[in-house]
Design a protein around this ligand. Structure first.
Ligand code: PLP
Length: 389
């Protein structure tokens, strides 16, 4: 069998590989605390599960329209218009199985070999994977700790050229937990109007925010037509396994992405969409309580990491990740990732899993219980103490 050459350029998410290694150690009887995977450890709130069961009983078990159920698209449009100030109605919304397909569909629909895509580094690895797969060129926008993991507008402008077709933004960020400042978002919007490029704005952590109000670039004047907002239910409602997400975009593009979906998976599961409708229109107490619990854990893990020798950690403003600087341990990120798993029983990810600018960092997900987080911190402390001897 001879695979297409493009397959050699398709990347992956190493979180799943680290998880597999951790599971192999667990099968040998070793205890591992999982701080590698980016999914809430909570159950999906009961009212949402109940809505899915009801939908199944009512017969929402058939194919639906490719871009999503109109009533669900309407609910999404109304809420994102009211809460985020994005001018949209139901025809601007495309519902997908998870937010991820929006990245894939959009880039397949938009990019050609030779196009440039500006994307943050470190960032969610699938962005670059898909850019490479298509044969476009990834141009890095470094997210530096010295700049609180915000983008540098001057650097941004210097990377623009007539080849720039798409810019990918993510706020709050995976893996740094950083949030783009409003003036940065406004500056990028001004450059988009001037240089005429499209933006994929990944706002999947938009509701996992610890201070301030989330600003969507699509809400700024003239930006709705240039922006595809990616969002979904995985993080806010602890629904990773349901596979439910969506994009908000100009109507002509929504038609094209709907066509992509007809070709790929026909549609998103109908009963899942009904559950998503219930998630958005029902009481938001569970979702808010999860964010409060994440905040408690963030404070514990940040304080704990900063107390460790050779490690320093900024306090993240959103998402459920910390991205500590480990350069003073004298170890490379991938080396420390491996040692922590094998010798401290803590699974985490090397910063380099998210790009070259992640060297010198680790990513811990604090979507785990306070008790496990405290044990992990103790284990890491013991490991570093033994090494120092
Ligand atoms: N975007 C970012 C930055 C993520 O971290 C993730 C998941 O980890 C996704 C998108 C995809 O989420 P889903 O496809 O589960 O909606």
């Amino acid at each position: 069998m001879k695979l297409a050459a493009s397959m050699s350029r398709l990347g992956t998410e190493s979180a799943f590989e680290v998880l597999a290694r951790a599971r192999a150690l667990e099968a040998q009887g070793k205890k591992i605390i999982h701080l590698e995977i980016g999914e809430p450890d909570f159950d999906t709130p009961k009212y949402i599960r109940d809505a899915a069961v009801k939908a199944l009983q009512e017969g929402w078990t058939h194919y639906g329209p490719s871009p999503g159920l109109p009533e669900f698209r309407k609910v999404i449009a109304e809420i994102w218009k009211a809460e985020r100030g994005i001018p949209c109605d139901w025809e601007n919304v495309v519902v997908t199985p998870g937010g991820k397909p929006i990245m894939f569909y959009l880039m397949l629909a938009l990019l050609e070999p030779g196009d440039d895509v500006l994307l943050p580094n470190p960032a969610f690895p699938i962005y670059e994977s898909v850019v490479d797969f298509i044969g476009a060129r990834a141009v890095y926008l470094p997210l530096l700790e010295a700049n609180e993991f915000d983008l540098d507008l001057r650097d941004f402008e210097s990377k623009l050229s007539e080849r720039t077709k798409l810019v990918i933004l993510n706020t709050p960020q995976n893996p740094t937990g950083g949030v783009l400042k409003p003036e940065t978002i406004e500056g990028i919007a001004a450059l988009a109007r001037k240089h005429d490029f499209m933006i994929l704005s990944d706002e999947i952590y938009g509701r996992v925010l610890y201070e301030g109000k989330h600003l969507s670039i699509a809400s700024l004047p003239g930006m709705a037509d240039r922006t595809v907002v990616l969002d979904g239910f995985s993080k806010t409602y602890a629904m990773t396994g349901w596979r439910l997400g969506f994009g908000i975009m100009r109507k002509d593009l929504a038609v094209q992405l709907g066509r992509m979906q007809t070709n790929a998976v026909s549609c998103t599961a109908s009963f899942t969409q009904r559950a998503g409708m219930a998630a958005l229109t029902g009481p938001q107490d569970d979702a808010l309580a999860m964010v409060e619990e994440f905040r408690r854990r963030r404070d514990v893990i940040v304080a704990g990491l900063n107390a460790l020798p050779g490690i320093s950690c900024l306090k993240p403003h959103g998402a459920f990740y910390v991205f500590p600087n480990i350069t003073k341990t004298g170890l490379k990120s991938s080396e420390l990732e491996r040692l922590l798993m094998e010798q401290a029983g803590v699974a985490c990810l090397a910063g380099t899993a998210f790009g070259t600018y992640g060297e010198g960092y680790l990513r811990f997900s604090y979507a785990n219980s306070l008790e496990n987080i405290k044990t992990a911190l103790q284990n890491i402390s013991d490991f570093l103490a033994v090494r120092a001897k």
